[in-house]
Unconditional design. Structure first.
Length: 468
């Protein structure tokens, strides 16, 4: 009897353990994984209402129709008016391939359905929806076309936004794809080594090169005991590692402003050791590096792992945007915007309004400050230095006649052997209407030579044509 009782107890304990494990797993799944499953583009529940609801249109800030649906027999067909142009913003919606982009992130809004709850399910039965809501974007269609045309033939990204409101005027990533011919092109896109599906603007992680020096400069400004003077000899040796200035050029005697204007690597490398990784990291954090950026599309985190055990060479490399620093173009345009907006970083906005089938605005996204990057005085100091970069430094190709432009160039070495060309900036410097980040991936040129002229053209076009 004792043996039988022991066996029964063992079995009961085993059953209890399995039962508790099942409860723990289901609880974990419900709490931590539910949102991921709900938004998975292959989740068939996303398609339940597709057959009976006219999916809402997507329009630009001026009302131009970018995507819409029409009745096609017993179903609805989705149309994308501008081919590749909005592939990384609007994305696509196909039964065979799922959903991505705004088509996924705003699926319920476009179908005008609420979250699946017993009460909402009953409401949908009693009063079924037949037409979805319209999404009005912050994108300016003309500037979007213009930006893509300037990037054509290259890999990379351009993001242009209003630094005060956070409204994104254009966001381009190349290579891209045509959502209208997705069925025909699917296999070719999947086999393409240049990753056309990757939204480089929000999820492309790049070595920033010298555009990161604006972060190092702010850290230097916030270190009052730092001697801002330096004599550049064209290179410096840190822990046995020789770090050179571009082309080995010696800049002579420079202060902090001249170091930024001439993009002096030696200056920032040596001063960063004194400033310390924690201070540079603190400034980076305030400008959303190492943090999730809340946006209408999924984003990757930029990173500067300053809390790790970094050596002097790691710190020196990071101060000039090399080594372990990786950033997204979206993050870099937020940094430029924050400096232009008196130190305040605002949340980037892609969806301006949600409009009901009756034409009523049922939701509007408003400006929101997400971080205090720097105080007003420091922001003004770095802004003036960035104006000098464009006026007489490495960024002269971004200058605009009659307009004060603030900017910073970057030429980032990376594992491919071909440098990324960068430019970030804003204009007019004292009352900015446009901020921009341009990255030309593996372009093999300097930011001043190729990225700056593109940024200049977009800033001019935005100032002349975009209505706030």
């Amino acid at each position: 009897m004792n043996k039988e009782l022991k066996r029964i107890i063992i079995v009961l304990v085993g059953i209890c353990i399995l039962f508790v494990s099942l409860i723990v797993y289901l609880s974990y799944f419900q709490v931590f994984k539910a949102e991921i499953v709900k938004k998975n583009s292959y989740n068939k529940r996303l398609w339940i209402n597709e057959e009976k609801i006219l999916r809402g249109s997507i329009i630009d800030r001026n009302g131009k129709i970018l995507a819409y649906s029409e009745k096609n027999g017993e179903t609805y067909k989705r149309f994308y008016n501008y081919g590749n142009l909005y592939s990384h913003i609007i994305g696509y919606s196909y039964r065979e391939y799922g959903k991505v982009g705004l088509e996924l992130e705003y699926n319920n809004t476009l179908l005008n359905i609420s979250e699946s709850t017993p009460l909402n399910e009953l409401k949908n039965i009693v009063i079924p929806n037949t037409e979805g809501n319209t999404l009005k974007l912050t994108i300016d269609h003309h500037l979007q076309e213009y930006s893509r045309e300037l990037l054509k033939g290259r890999k990379g990204s351009i993001v242009a936004m209003n630094p005060k409101t956070g409204e994104v005027y254009s966001m381009v990533s190349l290579p891209d794809f045509n959502p209208s011919s997705l069925k025909e092109d699917w296999n070719n896109i999947m086999e393409d080594g240049d990753s056309p599906f990757l939204n480089r603007a929000t999820s492309g992680l790049y070595t920033p090169g010298s555009v990161f020096k604006v972060i190092s400069t702010i850290a230097a400004l916030e270190t009052p005991e730092l001697n801002k003077q330096y004599e550049c000899k064209g290179s410096t040796k840190i822990d046995g590692y020789t770090l050179e200035d571009y082309g080995g050029k010696a800049h002579g005697k420079v202060d902090l402003e001249e170091a930024l204007v001439k993009s002096c690597n030696s200056y920032f490398a040596e001063k960063s050791i004194i400033i310390g990784k924690d201070k540079i990291g603190e400034v980076a954090d305030r400008f959303m590096i190492n943090k999730s950026i809340s946006f209408d599309l999924p984003t990757k985190k930029s990173s500067f792992p300053y809390k790790e055990n970094l050596g002097k060479t790691d710190i020196a490399s990071a101060s000039i945007g090399q080594g372990k620093v990786l950033v997204t173009p979206l993050n870099m345009v937020l940094i430029a915007s924050g400096i232009g907006n008196k130190g305040q970083v605002v949340k980037p906005i892609l969806v301006k309004e949600t409009i009901s089938p009756e034409g009523t605005v049922i939701k509007a996204n408003s400006t929101q400050v997400i971080s205090d990057g720097a105080d007003v005085f420091t922001a003004n100091e770095i802004k003036n230095m960035m104006v000098e970069v464009v006026k007489r430094g490495t960024g002269t190709n971004a200058s605009i006649k009659g307009v004060r432009v603030a900017g910073k160039t970057g030429t980032a070495e990376n594992s491919s052997g071909k440098s990324h060309a960068w430019f970030i900036g804003f204009a007019p410097a004292d009352d900015p209407k446009i901020a921009i980040a341009v990255v030309l991936e593996e372009d093999g040129t300097t930011g001043g030579k190729t990225a700056a002229p593109i940024a200049r053209k977009i800033m001019i076009e935005a100032l002349n044509t975009v209505k706030e």
